[in-house]
Design a protein around this ligand. Structure first.
Ligand code: MSP
Length: 640
């Protein structure tokens, strides 16, 4: 039986970090679990490479979009390889077979009467690639809070409004179509409010898949991106997907748009969408501007990928938000992996080597531990099935704890000194520990593939761990007489301070490497402010005003400058030349609120008089971001 699961395809405007790794590791874990249950599992991931955001990131790096996306897409592929993730398909939206699939989906929707031509004039969030229908110029995006841009263009529209009832019917008939329940409720509430038609093409950008027979139009990135789930397995008879695993912020695209597109095209729907929560850094949102993004590679190098996998799946309740910190990571590593699992493995294997020459003795084992193993296994299986990884791991650790206690109580070191009766009891202790370790190891295969496989080998099995099925988890499967292989520690204890320092040093190197890849210079460490302090009298000399952009055009012969006319409540709008062309398209600025320095001495740039300066936040090597008031104020309002 097949099981086809997917991760989101990641945007290539930024290199991979621990948030992307979180989803992909969880998907890899599900893959391994499903395989244990006997499914033929296919896991697809990939990269989302079109759209304005990528076009701008490439421009900021001084690269063509294709050059830029080749580099970053390669980084994602490499990241999954380094982390040992078992990816079957890596689909890029720039792949040729993908474009054909998107165009086919469009044609089907068109033929079935769900697409028409119209025009959109309104707000757009470039960061989320989202039309914000009810926003006004200067309004922030409801998803990310960034200021939306005004766009006005001819578009192809998808009749999303025709799908309200059909979608509600789907959610009703398949209550587990969207999991967890909280996400399902959000989607239900959203759809019940009514759905507006959706613009699915753009004429203002070139970096996209062309709409058939409409050379001016390229597809809206989400129409393009979602179709990856089909193009990744085109011609393989694997569609529909059994599971789309995603982060909670993209539920709407997956649970509303995607099934609506497929219904319109007359294609089968995915069976389930599971949205996990957000991974925070020390309870704070990870973001470029906060400089607190964590990468997976340094953790992989210092503690191993399994330590990261275990931490993410044990510490964070899957489906809810959770927090990452180096302290907590090393803490869990030492307490649960080095002391817990690692200790049980080395103790058990060392005793069998010492007392029985490395051969596991035959016995029925201790019946109480057998019962605990049965119960813990049942909880773990049920929890894995529901993607409740932390609960599954808790159950396995409950078994580890019981066996540890049992060994201490039985005091095998004393039994080893006794006669025949004690020798029989020692056999029972050794068998019980080995059989429990076998079950524990098999249950942990999906989460700790590398280390569990090592313990499995040391226990002397010939069949590789990833061939083991859940049917083999019952007590007594282990046969006496099996010889151990050579034993080595799987989780050596980590020195907390040294390992954190090492990870943080590697993190700095990784950031520098990624920046260089993206054509950017590493940021200098924030130095003490070099600017002298000023008095309020100095500050009031700067006349900062709110303005509205009336028009904007590229300055001929320059790829950085735009010429704007900005209304600041005076008789005539100001003529302003600004170095923001790499970050903003001129048409996207019209109607936007900006802040300008109104009393800057005029000067000529490329022959055009600039009567002021536009205020933008910009970091060394990064594209500028315009500054605007959060609430509505009339043009000319002074900033104080
Ligand atoms: N390209 C779209 C998805 C298209 S799918 C057809 C996109 N890409 S993304 O690069 O922004 O990746 C989003 C996904 O990465 C999230 O849905 C989540 O799976 C993962 N995460 C990225 N950062 C994350 C955290 N900080 N925490 C948890 N997951 C996060 O959206």
């Amino acid at each position: 039986m097949k099981y086809y699961l997917t991760t989101p395809i990641y945007y290539v405007n930024a290199a991979p970090h621990i948030g992307h790794a979180y989803t992909t590791i969880a998907a890899d874990t599900i893959k391994r679990w499903k395989r244990m249950q006997g499914f033929d599992v296919i896991l697809a991931t990939g990269t989302d490479e079109h759209g304005q955001k990528i076009e701008r990131a490439a421009a900021a790096a001084g690269k063509t979009p294709q050059q830029f996306t080749d580099i970053i897409s390669g980084e994602f592929g490499e990241q999954w390889r380094v982390l040992g993730l078992d990816i079957d398909r890596f689909q890029r939206t720039t792949a040729e077979n993908h474009a054909a699939q998107v165009q086919d989906l469009f044609r089907r929707c068109l033929e079935n009467g769900y697409i028409y031509k119209g025009s959109y004039s309104g707000q757009y969030c470039v960061f989320d690639e989202l039309y914000v229908n009810d926003a006004k110029p200067g309004d922030p995006c409801p998803e990310c809070g960034r200021i939306t841009e005004t766009v006005s263009e001819e578009n192809f529209y998808f009749k999303l409004s025709a799908f309200q009832e059909k979608l509600l019917d789907l959610y009703e008939k398949q209550p587990d179509f969207i999991l967890p329940e909280t996400r399902r409720n959000e989607v239900l509430a959203f759809v019940k409010k009514g759905l507006s038609d959706l613009s699915i093409s753009r004429t203002t950008i070139k970096w996209g898949i062309p709409v058939p027979n409409e050379p001016k139009h390229v597809f809206y990135v989400w129409f393009d991106a979602l179709t990856t789930y089909m193009s990744a397995v085109a011609g393989e008879n694997l569609w529909p997907a059994d599971l789309h695993l995603i982060g909670k912020e993209i539920v709407r695209f997956h649970a509303i748009y995607w099934p609506a597109f497929l219904m319109a095209a007359g294609l089968p729907l995915p069976k389930r969408i599971f949205a996990h929560g957000w991974l925070l850094f020390e309870n704070d949102k990870m973001s470029k501007s906060r400089g607190n993004i964590v990468r997976a590679t340094p953790i992989h190098k210092v503690l191993g990928t399994d330590a990261l996998r275990y931490f993410l799946l044990r510490e964070v309740v899957f489906g809810q938000d959770g927090s990452f910190s180096y302290d907590a990571l090393v803490g869990r590593y030492n307490s649960d992996l080095a002391n817990g699992l690692g200790n049980l493995a080395s103790r058990t294997l060392a005793m069998i080597n010492q007392y029985r020459g490395g051969v596991i003795p035959a016995s029925d084992g201790n019946q109480q531990i057998a019962q605990t193993a049965l119960e813990c296994t049942a909880v773990a299986i049920e929890s894995y099935d529901k993607f409740e990884f932390s609960k599954a791991l808790e159950a396995v650790w409950a078994l580890i704890g019981s066996v540890d206690k049992y060994i201490v109580e039985q005091a095998p070191w004393k039994l080893a000194k006794g006669g025949d009766a004690e020798a029989k009891r020692l056999d029972e202790v050794l068998y019980t520990s080995a059989e429990a370790l076998r079950i524990v190891t098999a249950l942990l295969g999906p989460v700790l593939p590398e280390s569990a496989a090592k313990i499995w080998m040391q226990l002397g099995f010939d069949t590789p761990l990833d061939h083991i099925k859940t049917a083999a988890l019952h007590w007594g499967h282990l046969k006496g007489g099996q010889s151990l292989r050579s034993v080595s520690a799987v989780f050596p204890r980590a020195d907390v301070k040294a390992s954190i320092e090492q990870m943080m040093d590697l993190e700095k190197l990784e950031v520098a490497r990624q920046l260089e890849l993206m054509g950017k210079k590493p940021e200098p460490a924030p130095a003490a402010p070099a600017t002298p302090t000023i008095t309020i009298d100095d500050f009031v000399k700067v006349d900062l005003r709110v303005g509205i952009v009336k028009d904007a055009a590229v300055v001929k012969g320059s790829d950085k400058l735009l010429h704007l006319h900005v209304d600041i409540g005076e008789a005539e709008p100001r003529s302003i030349v600004a170095g923001i062309a790499l970050a903003y398209k001129p048409e996207a600025l019209v109607g936007r609120k900006v802040v300008i320095v109104a009393n800057l001495a005029p000067r000529k740039l490329r022959g055009i008089e600039s009567q002021g300066m536009i205020v933008a936040a910009s970091r060394e090597g990064d594209i500028p971001v315009l500054v605007a008031p959060i609430d509505d104020v009339p043009p000319g309002t002074r900033l104080k």
